[in-house]
Unconditional design. Structure first.
Length: 316
């Protein structure tokens, strides 16, 4: 496990919040907002509150993972990943749990405006997102311990986050507050397809984590898909998610008449190839910890380029 001595309380809280994972919260908002601008339904306040809510859910999920993994004995001294503050004794378990509850509560409060402009469907999505953030490693059937973590990330940090960001802005512009059902917004299908690359690359962050931790996870009973099906499956999943990410802009241009500049996302391909080489050949933390960070950087770079592609017709 990473050295835990001489770590200040402030530094320990930063480690628990894991700010390096925030690209997974920002990327869907960036892409969803760009699609909204392209569709002429951009709303700055709704976009801002969508990011605040996404960031709080991400941090709350990180606190939950830290707390519940320690409680279930999944973080041992053999861990090759980044230090977990609960298992490492840096912060008392009760404090981490209270921080988790407070962060998720703030996420719900921050979503009040979004519920006002977009109605009951967003309330349901928000509450389910929070519940799944806890259930990822906690509760009677932890998703991450039963091979469902990848599905959770793909759906909630990709499909739901991007499409939801677009939807709340479109609903705000259309001016139908407190709707009890779905508001008929234009181009929702475009936003859904545009969410696929974010979903895929966000999932790959988890794939790298699971490849790195396969041996420890197997010993502690955490049955990720890599534990269930092996390194080869995890690596194939990583490559498949890359294929989804890089084929989606082509499909958008060909089938949905999206602006040609969305193909700018392909400029991130050299970084994707570089990280993939590491994931396909290594299993140790010394190589995969940097690969994990670089996959997060890939998500951020891809999302910015992809978003700029949607914005190009708007600003030119």
């Amino acid at each position: 496990m990473t050295e835990t001595a001489e770590v200040s309380k402030t530094r320990a809280w930063v480690m628990a919040a894991r700010p390096q994972t925030l690209p997974a919260a920002a990327a869907p908002v960036v892409v969803g907002t760009a699609v909204a601008a392209y569709g002429d339904v951009f709303d700055p306040l709704a976009a801002t509150m969508a990011f605040v809510g996404a960031a709080l859910i991400q941090v709350g999920t990180n606190f939950a993972n830290d707390y519940y993994d320690a409680k279930q004995g999944a973080d041992t001294e053999d861990r090759e990943g980044f230090t977990r503050v609960t298992a490492g004794g840096l912060i008392e378990p009760g404090e981490v749990k209270r921080a988790m509850v407070l962060t998720f509560a703030l996420a719900v409060i921050s979503g009040t405006y979004l519920v006002y402009v977009a109605g009951v469907p967003i309330l349901v999505v928000g509450l389910v997102s929070v519940a799944c953030g806890v259930a990822y490693t906690g509760g009677p059937y932890p998703l991450g311990y039963h091979g469902l973590g990848d599905v959770f990330v793909f759906v909630f940090f990709g499909l739901v986050a991007v499409t939801g960001t677009y939807y709340v802005q479109a609903a705000a512009v259309l001016g139908k507050p407190l709707a009890t059902g779905l508001v008929a917004v234009p181009d929702l299908g475009l936003a859904l397809v545009a969410s696929l690359p974010v979903a895929a690359l966000s999932t790959n962050i988890l794939v790298v984590n699971n490849v790195r931790d396969r041996e420890e996870d197997a010993r502690t009973g955490k049955e990720t898909v890599v534990v269930k099906f092996g390194y080869r499956f995890g690596r194939a999943e990583y490559v498949t998610m890359l294929a989804v990410a890089y084929l989606t802009p082509v499909a958008l241009v060909v089938a949905l008449d999206a602006p040609l500049p969305v193909l700018a996302a392909w400029l991130s391909l050299p970084l994707a190839v570089s990280v993939a080489r590491t994931v396909l050949t290594r299993t140790d933390g010394a190589a995969l910890n940097p690969a994990l960070e670089r996959t997060g950087q890939l998500l951020a770079l891809y999302s910015i380029l992809f978003a700029l592609g949607f914005l190009a017709p708007v600003v030119v």
